[in-house]
Ligand binder design. Structure first.
Ligand SMILES: Cc1cc2nc3c(=O)[nH]c(=O)nc-3n(C[C@H](O)[C@H](O)[C@H](O)COP(=O)(O)O)c2cc1C
Length: 187
């Protein structure tokens, strides 16, 4: 099997991170991979906001919790009031992927870019996970104010984020189970 296919097979979501930071050179490669992703009509309306400042990450998590605390959904409300909840699993780097919601494929552009980042990260020995919660809350006033301060364009929605960092050594890797019946080949 070639290296690309091996990388696709072994990539997995990482939800526990060491505090070792992703280097500038590796972050640049991962972000470049994001910008190489296919995107509708090659309009490149997306934006990537990479955060490596721990204080900013804590502020972002607190803003998300503030939005969840207002929710009528008990599960989200509980997260909003939890002292330990961290939507980005304490990863040292978080990349926000945003786009203009005026194109119906905006979310798809972002998903392609996110998968490119996950695969690029895996190829460099860096763990990753899709983080949904900033997308879920990006229209909350508290979250939006911080996103604007961080440079996320005002006309953008966040469609997903990539947590990036190093998985602790020896973390057992779950075997991938693929549901039967998900593929049909018509010949
Ligand atoms: C659209 C999307 C949203 C996701 N949101 C989250 C999330 O918010 N938090 C999380 O821990 N994992 C999230 N995931 C990761 C999935 O749970 C994960 O990809 C799935 O369980 C398969 O595991 P694997 O990535 O290890 O193969 C998300 C994945 C996708 C594609």
């Amino acid at each position: 099997m070639n290296e690309v296919l091996k990388n696709i097979r072994t990539r997995h979501s990482v939800r526990t991170y060491t505090q070792r930071q992703v280097s500038d050179a590796d972050l640049a490669l991962i972000l470049e991979a994001a910008t190489m992703a296919p995107n509708g009509m090659h309009l490149e309306t997306w934006h990537f906001t990479a955060i490596q400042n721990p204080d900013v990450l804590v502020r972002l998590n607190e803003a998300v919790k503030g939005a969840f605390a207002k929710s009528s959904e008990p599960r989200l409300k509980e997260r909003g009031h939890s002292a330990t909840y961290c939507c980005y699993y304490h990863a040292p780097t978080l990349v926000l992927v945003s786009n203009e919601p005026t194109q119906w494929w905006a979310a798809m552009d972002c998903a392609c870019a996110l998968e490119n980042m996950f695969l690029a990260a895996a190829s460099l020995g860096i763990g990753s996970c899709w983080i949904n919660q900033i997308g879920q809350t990006c229209d909350d006033s508290g979250v939006r104010a911080l996103l604007t301060e961080l440079g996320v364009p005002a006309n953008h929605k966040v469609y997903g984020c990539a947590a990036l960092g190093y998985e602790p050594e020896g973390t057992p890797v779950k075997e991938k189970r693929v549901k039967e019946g998900t593929i049909t080949i018509v010949r």
